[in-house]
Write a protein that binds this ligand. Structure first.
Ligand code: AMP
Length: 231
């Protein structure tokens, strides 16, 4: 499914690490051309480039803790003020705290924009642990793989650039446990915040990626976010 063009919408993907937010964002970008704004990716790039933000973020990330709100908020707001974000964005991994959600609301409002939907990708702990321990990333950020669910063509090597794939430092089992705890503490509050605003839609993150996309696509159509070419 999914012929049609999407309206200018701003979406938040909420869900545990490993819920499949990044994979869904990638599919939504390919299908609908929305801009993917991932705070995790931006922070990892900042670390790689050795910027001031990267230096501040690294110690928190390595422990699986949240990077301070002011660091993350300014990164996101800068990104959202660029021209290519005007056609609509998918926020992945942001907001993660109520304060970040309030900062986001205020800055969108100041620019006469708004959030259209918050997709809560609900997933069980067992699935998260299985996905994260098997996740492999390309050091050049080309693509994300999974040793069994989405293996590269040649074992251990990126299909796009040929670099050796890595296990993310924070995908190691000790850190995953901490990330899940941090997530549960901070996100419960966010789920309530967006449910109260009538923006929350829960989707099933235990589903295989393409099936989950079909669920999201159906929801977008029901919301009137898609102008169907076939009509
Ligand atoms: P992710 O790739 O979304 O799982 O993020 C990896 C790590 O980056 C997290 O464990 C946090 O340390 C940090 N991070 C990403 N997004 C945020 C955010 N919105 N607020 C605080 N820390 C974040």
């Amino acid at each position: 499914m999914s012929s049609g063009s999407i309206k200018n919408i701003n979406i938040v993907l909420l869900g545990a690490p490993g819920a499949g937010k990044g994979t869904q964002a990638e599919i939504l970008v390919n299908e609908y051309g929305l801009l993917h704004v991932s705070t995790g990716d931006m922070l990892r790039s900042a670390i790689k480039e050795g910027t001031e933000t990267g230096l501040k973020a690294r110690e928190y990330m390595d422990r699986g803790e949240l990077v301070p709100d002011e660091v993350v908020c300014s990164l996101v707001m800068d990104r959202m003020s660029r021209e290519d974000a005007e056609g609509g964005v998918i926020l992945d991994g942001f907001p993660r705290t109520r304060n970040q959600a309030e900062v986001l609301d205020a800055s969108l409002k100041a620019e006469e924009r708004k959030l259209d939907k918050v997709l809560y990708v609900a997933v069980s702990d067992d699935v998260v642990i299985e996905r994260l321990s098997g996740r492999r990333v390309c050091p050049n950020n080309c693509k994300v793989y999974h040793v069994t669910n989405m293996p590269p063509e040649k074992e251990g090597v990126c299909d796009v650039c040929g670099e050796k794939l890595l296990l993310r430092e924070d995908d190691k089992p000790e850190t995953v446990k901490n990330r899940l705890e941090v997530y549960k503490k901070s996100t419960r509050d966010l789920v309530d915040y967006y449910r109260d605003k009538g923006l929350l839609a829960e989707v099933n993150g235990d589903l295989e990626a393409r099936k989950l996309f079909e669920e999201i696509d159906a929801l977008f159509r029901a919301e009137g976010f898609i102008d169907d070419d076939t009509q």
